[in-house]
Design a protein around this ligand. Structure first.
Ligand code: DGY
Length: 319
């Protein structure tokens, strides 16, 4: 039996699966585990099942000890994991791609609708108790049909968002490190362009690239200035891909039409400049938040950990 430490609450089915074979210690406090407690608990662990709220760095890996074999992140994004530090110690790092693609694309598209059709503003107005009535020019938004969606990062989630946009009658351009499968490009009628062109032609820019040094503040003042003044920016990927100071300024000054955010630079803190604005829809990192999706993520993370502990290749190693 190996020792598995789970750093936060995950669905019971995944805990049971791990418990059937190993000794499992799972943090189930109402708050996120403190760093101090985490460093103490991982000592002697053979596997760590981590949530994106926990930083898995050299300090944590060393606190676990040389017997540690696997860090199984319950997320597709793994910017919370120092992957080179894992590799240097012979620890396999894994993530959960695929299982949250549709859920996250749904939220991206939900934010596109919230931002372009001013849904949050409408909801806030009703709840405020303010008087309102139907009017020809009341809370007018922008239509999506015939407009262009620019997808930054055309992996699974970017493609799934593009597929939804296509069903809404949008044209698709994308920027990605590589061409996508030609069959999918043809199905979506999607054209690969560079970021400059994407920013210039898109009516909605949706971010789906991973976060890392290469994408830190990929969208800053210069990129926001390059967008159409009527365009919308949507971020369901990771907060620090966008320079929030620059975004708050652009939204306040009307340099872009609006934005929809599910993720934040210093999550869970939301930039105070954004909180003051009506032309930004704000969600609390709900991309993968469905019962089915979170269960599938936790089960895949459990499968990843179990595979490594039994000396097999895990289903989703981080390359
Ligand atoms: C992920 O898996 O990276 C998502 O952000 C979780 O919601």
């Amino acid at each position: 039996m190996s020792r598995v430490v789970v750093t936060g609450r995950i669905p019971d089915a995944a805990i049971e699966k791990l418990r059937a074979e190993h000794d499992v210690e799972a943090w189930d406090g109402p708050e996120t585990i403190t760093r101090e407690e985490l460093l103490r608990r991982v000592a002697g662990a053979d596997a760590i099942v981590s949530l994106l709220t926990e930083r898995v760095d050299a300090e944590l890996l060393d606190a676990a000890g040389p017997q540690l074999k696997v860090v199984a992140n319950v997320a597709v994004g793994y910017d919370n994991i120092d992957v080179p530090a894992c590799s240097e110690r012979g620890v396999v790092a894994t993530n959960t791609p695929g299982v949250l693609t549709d859920a996250t694309a749904d939220i991206a598209f939900g934010l596109i609708l919230m931002a372009t059709r001013r849904l949050g503003e409408g909801e806030r107005l009703i709840r405020s108790g303010q008087a309102w009535k139907w009017g020809m020019f009341f809370l007018l938004g922008s239509s999506l049909q015939g407009k262009t969606l620019g997808v930054v990062g055309m992996g699974g989630i970017g493609q799934a968002t593009a597929r939804r946009a296509k069903a809404f009658g949008m044209d698709i351009v994308y920027q990605s490190r590589s061409e996508i499968d030609p069959t999918i490009a043809a199905e979506l009628d999607a054209r690969r362009v560079d970021l400059d062109e994407l920013l210039a032609v898109s009516d909605v820019v949706s971010l789906h690239c991973p976060y890392g040094p290469a994408t830190h503040h990929l969208i800053g003042a210069e990129q926001l200035a390059a967008m159409k003044s009527s365009a919308f920016l949507v971020n369901t990927a990771r907060g620090p891909i966008v320079d929030e100071d620059a975004l708050a300024t652009a939204l306040r000054e009307g340099a872009i039409g609006g934005a929809g955010l599910d993720v934040y630079e210093q999550e869970p803190r939301v930039h105070p400049g954004l909180l003051e604005l009506d032309n930004v829809a704000l969600l609390p990192h709900l991309g993968s938040a469905t019962v089915e999706t979170r269960t599938a993520m936790a089960m895949l993370a459990a499968d990843n950990a179990l595979a490594v502990l039994s000396g097999e290749r895990p289903p989703a190693p981080i390359a």
